[in-house]
Design a protein around this ligand. Structure first.
Ligand code: NAD
Ligand code: UGA
Length: 454
């Protein structure tokens, strides 16, 4: 018998992941629940105005919503009716008490454990989808199985999708990771979860791509994988500064480093530093874990990844200031892009936010433009003086002294840069922090151009 699924948390992880699981498991009912009624209403909106932007997501939701995928705020009924519970709630960095600024804030997580326990009317498999500190499953099990009428088996199934490519990553994952206990119940639960990815319809994720480990390895692997990716970005950005000082070109250096098959070409793009809800949070969490276990040198090593990332955004502002005659007070600067990367409206920890705040401290007049992230930008920068918002790039650049490209939106290179130049105050500067524009062509128009690592 196919067992029904509920996912607690209808965010960037819960929504897309469950939409794909529903699509690939038409025989299972999948319900995604959340305490945020506004978010659930958006998932259910008749015109598919979904709460997050992700290429390909709307098509999948259109295909399965109302058939075997449902969104609801009724957590109690959903938990009662299911056999399998995924937990995909947020696990932000704790901002108070012990471990403030580094440890994970597990209050939302623990609240869900208690909800599951209170509402359950049968045995359940509980699956960690959120990214969690190592040994969280033990805490979860302790809460769930303490004087419980039903049996709960906790697995770790961390998610590796990246925003902007979530649907593709879910449909064709490099690997699916399942951590479970080596007990008869644990093994049965793992095989049930393998069945969700590999069962119905003969295998959406090939069996050899489903990797099983013990629970602690799975929890730690997720943190380690994000730390390795973040470290590559900080490494190439550390080389970028040296390129600027010496006349080397970071894109050339990255191309040649990446041609070594042991290193590979991905995640070697120098830029404004990494953003997104997870890299910083997960590296900080790793630092905290290292410190907790007395591994201070390891903690310091991983802290360096964050330090380098912060430095990269400060460097952008210093270089801009130097190029603009050491004063930007009252000058108009257009930020092209506010999302932390292209193809998403997500602005959590976006480098553009840090740069905007630093420029506002210098009393620049900022205009922010972004095709998908203006609503979030307004919310993030609320209360900062001198910021305006403009959907149209040409209007944003009118009368500006500088355009600073913060996000590598695909259409930016094909904008009419001559038209932009003509409308700007001279000398007109473009700081392309993503190295995505044709610098020589911009210089030929008359712009002065700054890049990262060149
Ligand atoms: P999110 O903030 O977009 O979504 C989390 C949702 O959980 C929110 O809508 C919130 O209202 C809901 N929630 C919180 N407490 C709840 C409760 N008690 N009951 C019901 N709902 C509750 O966060 P996200 O980006 O989806 O991330 C969730 C987790 O997934 C994090 O641990 C994150 O590290 C991990 N993760 C995220 C990504 C990503 O691309 N965003 C990728 C891999 C892993
Ligand atoms: C990242 C990981 O790639 C996912 O595997 C993971 O599941 C996810 O975090 C998570 O745990 O939340 P995401 O943050 O969505 O995904 O996006 P990435 O493509 O990893 O980009 C992260 C940041 O690094 C972006 O700001 C991006 O612009 C920057 N980046 C990335 C670079 O500056 N250079 C690069 O070469 C690659």
């Amino acid at each position: 018998m196919n067992k029904n699924i509920v996912c607690i948390g209808a965010g960037y992880i819960g929504g897309p992941t469950m939409a794909v699981i529903a699509k690939k498991n038409p025989g299972r009912k999948v319900v995604v629940v959340d305490i945020n009624a506004e978010r659930i209403a958006a998932w259910n909106s008749p015109d598919f105005a979904l709460p997050i932007y992700e290429p390909g997501l709307e098509e999948v939701v259109r295909e399965v919503r109302g058939k075997n995928l449902f969104f609801s705020t009724d957590i109690e009924s959903a938990v009662k009716e299911c056999d399998i519970v995924f937990v995909g709630v947020n696990t932000p960095t704790k901002m108070f008490g012990r471990g403030a600024g580094r440890a994970s804030d597990l209050q939302y997580w623990e609240a869900t454990a208690r909800e599951i326990k209170n509402f359950a009317e049968c045995d359940k498999i509980v699956i960690e989808k959120s990214t969690l500190p190592v040994r969280t499953a033990a805490a979860m099990e302790a809460i769930l199985n303490d004087h419980a009428e039903h049996k709960f088996t906790v697995l770790s199934n961390p998610e590796f999708l990246a925003e902007g490519t979530a649907i593709k990553d879910l449909l064709e994952p490099d690997r699916v990771l399942i951590g479970g206990p080596s007990t008869p119940d644990g093994e049965a639960a793992v095989s049930e979860l393998v069945g969700i990815y590999n069962g119905e319809g003969g295998g959406w994720v090939p069996r050899e791509r489903i990797l099983t480990t013990n629970v602690w390895s799975a929890e730690l692997t997720k943190l380690a994988a994000n730390a390795f990716l973040a470290q590559r970005v900080s490494s190439i950005n550390a080389i970028a500064g040296l390129c600027e000082a010496t006349g080397a070109d970071v894109d050339e250096v990255a191309r040649v480093i990446g041609a070594d098959r042991r290193i590979g070409p991905k995640f070697l793009k120098a830029g404004p530093g990494f953003g997104g809800s997870c890299f910083k949070k997960d590296v900080l969490n790793l630092v905290y874990l290292c410190e907790t276990f007395g591994l201070h040198t390891a903690a310091e090593y991983w802290s360096g990844v964050i330090k380098m990332n912060n430095h990269q955004q400060e460097r952008i502002v210093s270089r801009l200031l130097a190029k603009m005659f050491n004063t930007i007070a009252g000058k108009k600067i257009a930020l092209f892009g506010f999302a932390f990367k292209a193809d998403t409206g997500d602005t959590r920890e976006t480098p553009a936010g840090t740069v905007a705040r630093l420029l506002a401290e210098e009393r620049a007049r900022l205009v922010v433009t972004d095709p998908k992230a203006l609503v979030n930008a307004r919310r993030d920068l609320a209360g900062i003086d001198g910021v305006s918002y403009e959907q149209d790039e040409y209007k944003a650049a009118e009368g500006a002294d500088a355009v600073v490209v913060m996000t590598d939106w695909r259409h930016y290179p094909s904008l009419d840069w001559r038209r932009i130049y003509d409308s700007m105050r001279k000398p007109a500067l473009v700081f392309d922090t993503r190295n995505c524009l044709d610098a020589a062509a911009l210089e030929a128009i008359g712009f002065s151009v700054l890049n990262i690592g060149k």
